[in-house]
Structures are given as structure tokens and as C-alpha cells.
Design a binder for this molecule. Sequence first.
Ligand code: UD1
Length: 427
Amino acid sequence: MSDWVVRGGAVLSGTVSVQGSKNAALPILAATLLAEEPIRLLNCPVIRDAENMLKILRSLGCTVRREGDDLIVDSRTASDFVLPTALSGELRSSIFLLGSVLSRFSEADAPYPGGCEIGNRPIDLHLEGLRRLNAVIEERGGRIRCRGGRLRGAVVDLDYPSVGATENIMLAACRAEGRTTVRNAACEPEIVDLQNFLRACGFRVHGAGMPTVVIDGVEQGHGATYRVMPDRIAAGTYMIGAAITGGDVTVTGMQPDAVDTLLYKLSACGCEVTKTADSVRVRARGRARGVAFTETRPYPGFPTDLQPQLFSLLSVADGNSVLVENVFENRFRHAQELKRMDAKNRILDRTAIITGVERLHGAEVIAHDLRGGAALVLAGLSAEGETVIRHAERIERGYERMDSVIGRLGGSVIRKEDGIDQEEKTQ
Ligand code: UD1
């Protein structure tokens, strides 16, 4: 267990280059199994979720090594189709391995996946999609067993544009016989990144980023060198950091268009937002203004993964704001924690009504999930006094050294592992 101590009263300013994308890297790591030749990944983030995915790949027999900042995954040695229970239980994205393991070995055996507790997260759309491709799936004793021979292409109509299900079906379809068409597919930029990776490996995929994705199966892929896209959620988090602390932050090495909906909100809050081709500067102009209405939606709507961080900002904005969470049914656990810091909010089902206060006050709070934890860091930076965030290891699932990034911008976050100051430990 890790506690983070956040010192309040910071004004974040400066330039940061954003990490590689967690949500792009995880399905790409799963996809390395399909190529059967070494893959060199650049810009793969060093975060707990990616480390867990690599541990699972190793347990399946893949060889994984780092060369400087590059990560090399060689799946030629992979031999196992049984996913380890404990590791997969910690990582929801282990579900992506179902499609790629099944495609590679004609068989897969996986426990139900874990991940953030942000609501009941079923995998029915994943399983239904794989069944459409002719996999035989049995769910028994907390495990999922799939068998398939060579999968067969099909039309898959998703009831909901699930990001994970779209990606899993794409992975399973790459080596299937014939054409697979995914309709009502999710359109997130990370799906485009997965498509770009798969193409670099010789697979035939097109349409990602739009609601219909078409995959023409080929027998085998090949090795590739690929740069993972920048993380739009981490970028957005640091931009909100500028707004909430009255600061001035430039995030570089990113894709500004992928966070347009956030940029509109930051402008509506009164921030000055300047975009270039690969950077965004957010300059606060005094206290943020409340925003009448924001609701989360699948891309290109406002991302659910930035809802908690926006929640923190609106908690100190001038006026009332309404935030509706449409994607996950239980993603307001940070609301209660923010109240410990003297925030004012009311939750009615999927709607939060937030009345901005002049100042939050440091308190002891719990990071219930990854993005909720990041929201508490931002709140702590803007608060008076010190905030102690319990279970901050959950933040490390998706942010690469957030404490150092914030330190470089002039804020102070100290990580304590089992009560030991990590800075002292390294000295
Ligand atoms: C991905 C992201 C996550 C983000 C989410 C929504 C990764 C590794 N994670 O998660 O950060 O918050 O997209 O943008 O990319 N659902 C079903 N049945 C299914 C699958 C999903 O009912 O089989 C529901 C979920 O419970 C949820 C909604 O669909 O309410 C969206 O989930 P989905 O788009 O699948 O999110 P993930 O892929 O899990």
C-alpha cells in the first residue's frame, strides 16, 4: 500500500512532455502475441498495468526485455494458453488476451478480469463477439474457456460501442478466416492506434476511428517497430492541474485534437487555451468559473476518464456545475472523498451537482480508483494544508511517475510506501 502526501497551495507552471498512452499500450501488448516475431515498442509507459500485462505475457512464455527506453516483446517462444489467475484478476485489460491467445493457440483459458472498481463491468459484449467468430465459450468456476480451431470472420453488431470489446474482436479477427465487420464500434483514438500497430505487423484492418471496422484475416503477421501514441488522459490531467492551481502549463508531445472536449470545458471555465500541432498550453486567469452542464459519452464525447479530474476543478470553481456520468454507473466515489476536503456536492444516481467553494482543505482521503486518485492529487494541490491519499498505488496503475511530473511543475507530492518516504529511500 502506498500513501501520497500532497502539499497544498502550489501553482503549477512549466512544460511537461506526456507519457505514452496506457489505453493504447495495453491492447497493443496483447496484440504482440499475434505477430510471432519480435516487436519493438517505443514510448510504452512504465506503469503498473503495463508491467502486469508484461508479467502475464511472460507467464505465457513470451520473452520481454528493455533496451534503453524501448521494450522488446518476442512471442515466438509463447506456449501457454492459460492466463494466470492472480495477475489477471488485478488487470481488467487481461481480457484483451482472450482474443489474441485464442487466435494464436485456438484455445484460451482465463479468469474473469479485475481492474478499477467503477461499477459492474460485464464482458458480455467481448464474449458475444468471440462467439460470432465461431469460438465455443464455456463459463464455469470463475473462468472462461474458449476453443475455436481457426476462427471465422463474421459481422459483429455491438449493442454498445465498448472500447475493450471492439479491440478484442479486432485482435481475434486478424488471423481469422475471411472478413470480420464490427458495427457500432467504439471510435476512441486508442483504437486507431491499435489499428496502426496491427497494420505495421502486416494485418489488414481499416475503418478504426469510425463506427465500422473491417478486418480481413491473414494467416500470420510479422515483427515491427512501433511508437505508442501519447496519453490524452494524462495530458488532460496535467492541463486541469494548471486550471485548478491558477497556473500555466504546456503539455508537449501530444495530440491536441484528441482532447478537444476538455479544451472547450477549460475555455468555458475561463482558462486561456493555446494549441499547436503537438502541444497545448493552459493558462488560468484567476479562479475558474463553474460549467453549467457536462456529460460523459463515448468518443468524441467528454471522456469518462477525465470526469473525476474535472469534478475536482468544478469543486473550487465559482458557481454551480452539473456533471453526468453516462459510461460507468459507479464512478463518483471521489465525490465523498472531496467532501472530506470541504467540497460541496450532491450525487443523484448518475448526476453530480457541484457547488464550488473558495478553498478546499487538506484531509486524509482514499483513492478508490485510478482516475479518482488523480482527481484527489489535483484537489490536494489546490487545497490549504496537506492531503494524505491512501491507496495511491492505484494512481500508479496509469500515471508514469506523477509525483516527479508534478514536482517538475513546482508542486509537491511525496510517495510513502508502507510509511517510508521514497525520496529518503533513494538517497
Ligand atoms: C476502456 C478504457 C477505460 C475507459 C473506458 C471508457 C482501456 C484499457 N480502458 O475500458 O480507461 O474508462 O474504455 O472509455 O482502454 N460494457 C458492457 N459489456 C461489455 C463491455 C462493456 O456492458 O462486454 C459496458 C461497461 O460496463 C461500461 C461501458 O460498457 O459501462 C463502457 O465500457 P468499455 O467501453 O468496454 O470500457 P473498457 O474497455 O472496459
